[in-house]
Write a protein that binds this ligand. Structure first.
Ligand code: FEO
Ligand code: CA
Ligand code: CA
Ligand code: CA
Length: 637
């Protein structure tokens, strides 16, 4: 129930205690501070635990009406600025060409397409995390080939495939708030010693139980522990040792499967026709017939050290292989690392990883994401739930039942979860952990195919989605069981069908996707209504995709921002002081079919050039924007 009081018995250690407990506060402390004290990126940061959960943070801004305008709208007293759009250089590369004429090599040094999850890592100044200077890590989730090349996919070539691969991955950019008065604005620092693009071709290491397994070996990597690139980078996470986690979601879209895929390949959506990406025509890695194991090397969580541009990213197989939305990290009462993760597909599962070892502030991550136990959630009808270990030899995960070893379980995580009887959810998207109570919230974006309902997924043909939440037994994130309820059902209060009205107290919304808690415990909800559903049928009155703010104590929901046409809103995150909100506007102008017509690039939207005079247009561009209050106050209050 939305107005249930939140239990406030967490034993999670306070971040300051962790710092004080550490006797060596030199470089390591600096890195911890670089995470952003007071940001809710890690739920144990910055807030007095026993106060925050019962405090109502309050929202005084005037909520917006739904919008169909081709621009970003924010409440009165707020302003919005452009920061980093597709094609902008990360450092000193050439700028974006509005005719999509940038080469593949240029794209490798520019912002990728389809900005999604992100995090602000502050520099430390006078012992304090800065809220005016930091590194921004931005995920680039997928590409629209109709906009990426001047003539779309016509005359498909190696160069076009390269440009597409370079438009996936992650950006690391250095950003700063500079100027004064009306000219105060964020800018990307160029050149920057930290700036970096990680793409679908960047070498990375594989660790954890599946590293070196036979099913991970390819012609290019006979030892099964090095892979080129990350792709389909959706949501994210951050670690207490100052690194960024980027999550590989819809990776199967980049592969061409077999004419007759195996059962294991079908379970991961590897099909003959693929998604029409055609990478396989010029890179055999993406042709399952040619390189059957390459697809096993995607669908993981990737760790990136933004502070060391020469560092090699690591794919952590201990966290399982599926369509990872995000990886929300917190600490258990005893200091073990806990990572909550969703598999974004209808009827897929929710997972929790618990490390074997405890976090030690004087050391880096080490084995914490390499050695541990992955669990999957089962939600009971009685408001209780259980975490079932996906560990070889336990819960029926044996050789006799088709799982040779732990590597096999992790490479085929979905099948292991099937076998242990996990609860099939309505498309898990982002997760967020309340900074005070440790309660975990998860968006279940929608599932029109839902026929058999259960308590945790209670609506047939769930078109509007809902947000579920749970509190771990004893307030300990590593617990084996939890209590859960549904925080809010999305919907349209004016809908003729009572089941589709939802129960939002305040503004209507549907298809919740991005979730983020700010430092005061306000829950930010970003929506992703698909282009084929927006402005019609059930969604006729809900407008463009939007960003809302919820008070999790009262259940009140207010619409804070509306996006331009055809976009989804993604990636909300802020500076440690809460005064600068970074948001990603993903795929403005996306049309119901998905891929744009290269002869009419502006058919769906002219944003951001339509709103920002100094931005190169020619085609719509995903972009990072920054929202500030005119008076410089905390955003969302
Ligand atoms: Fe990448 Fe589930 O959105
Ligand atoms: Ca998403
Ligand atoms: Ca989307
Ligand atoms: Ca989505």
């Amino acid at each position: 129930m939305p107005d249930d009081p939140i239990s406030n018995d967490s034993t999670n250690p306070h971040f300051e205690q962790l710092l004080v407990a550490s006797s060596t506060l030199s470089a390591r402390r600096r890195r911890l501070l670089q995470l952003g004290l007071g940001s809710a990126a890690l739920p144990f940061l910055g807030l007095p635990l026993r106060v925050a959960a019962s405090a109502q943070p309050g929202m005084r801004f005037q909520p917006l009406a739904a919008s169909s305008e081709d621009r970003v709208r924010v409440p009165e007293g707020y302003r919005v600025q452009m920061l980093y759009a597709w094609g902008d250089p990360v450092s000193d590369a050439p700028g974006f060409r509005g005719d999509a004429g940038n080469s593949a090599a240029e794209q490798a040094e520019q912002a990728g397409m389809h900005h999604d999850g992100m995090h602000f890592f502050p520099f430390v100044r006078h012992g304090q995390p800065s809220s005016t200077h930091g590194l921004l890590c931005v995920n680039h989730e997928y590409t629209d080939e109709g906009l990426l090349h001047p003539d779309g996919m016509a005359d498909w070539s190696h160069a076009k495939m390269l440009k597409s691969q370079h438009a996936h991955g992650v950006s690391v950019i250095e950003v700063e708030l500079a100027g004064s008065g009306r000219d105060l604005a964020w800018r990307v620092l160029r050149p920057s010693a930290y700036a970096r693009r990680i793409t679908a071709r960047t070498p990375m290491r594989i660790d954890g139980p599946a590293a070196g397994a036979a099913a991970m070996r390819t012609r290019d990597d006979r030892r099964g522990n090095v892979v080129f690139g990350t792709l389909a980078n959706c949501a994210m996470g951050v670690t207490p040792w100052g690194t960024y986690l980027s999550c590989e979601e819809h990776f199967n879209a980049c592969f061409k499967g077999l004419d007759q895929p195996t059962a294991a390949q079908k379970r991961y959506g590897l099909r003959e026709r693929g998604a029409g990406m055609r990478w396989h025509e010029h890179d055999r890695r993406f042709d399952v017939a040619s390189e059957p194991n390459e697809a096993n090397r995607f669908g993981w969580v990737v760790e990136i050290d933004p502070w060391n541009p020469a560092s090699v990213p690591v794919k952590h197989t201990a966290l399982g292989r599926f369509k990872h939305e995000g990886a929300m990290l917190t600490l258990a009462g005893d200091g073990r690392v806990v990572v909550y993760m969703g598999d974004d597909e209808a009827f897929e599962y929710l997972y929790k990883y618990v490390s074997r070892d405890r976090f030690d502030a004087s050391r880096a991550g080490g084995s914490l994401l390499a050695i541990g136990t992955l669990h999957v959630a089962r939600f009971g009808a009685d408001g209780r739930g259980h975490w079932i270990a996906l560990q070889h030899g336990q819960n029926g995960l044996t050789e006799a039942n088709g799982f040779a070893d732990q590597a096999d379980i992790l490479i085929r995580t979905r099948q292991a979860a099937d076998l242990v009887g996990a609860t099939k959810m309505d498309r898990p998207e982002w997760l967020a952990v309340h900074p005070g109570s440790g309660e975990v919230y998860c968006s279940l974006t929608n599932n029109r195919q839902r026929v058999d309902v259960d308590a945790a997924n209670p609506r047939r043909g769930n078109v509007f989605g809902h947000i579920i939440r749970w509190r771990e037994e004893g307030g300990d994130a590593a617990a084996g069981s939890f209590g859960w309820d549904i925080f809010v059902l999305g919907g349209d209060p004016q809908h003729a069908d009572p089941e589709k009205r939802g129960n939002s107290r305040g503004d209507a919304f549907g298809s919740p996707d991005g979730l983020w808690f700010d430092r005061d415990g306000r829950l930010w909800i970003a929506t992703d209504v698909s282009g084929s559903a927006m402005h019609r049928g059930d969604y006729a009155r809900l407008g463009n995709n939007q960003l809302l703010v919820a008070d999790v104590v009262s259940g009140e929901v207010r619409r804070f921002l509306t996006g331009p046409k055809g976009c989804e809103i993604a990636g909300p995150t802020a500076t440690p002081d809460g005064r600068n909100l970074f948001i990603n506007v993903q795929h403005p102008g996306e049309l119901p079919g998905g891929r744009s017509d290269p002869t009419r690039p502006l058919a769906g939207s002219g944003w951001p050039a339509s709103q920002f005079a100094n931005v190169t247009g020619g085609r719509p561009r995903s972009a990072t924007i920054v929202v500030r209050r005119d008076d410089g106050g905390i955003v969302g209050v």
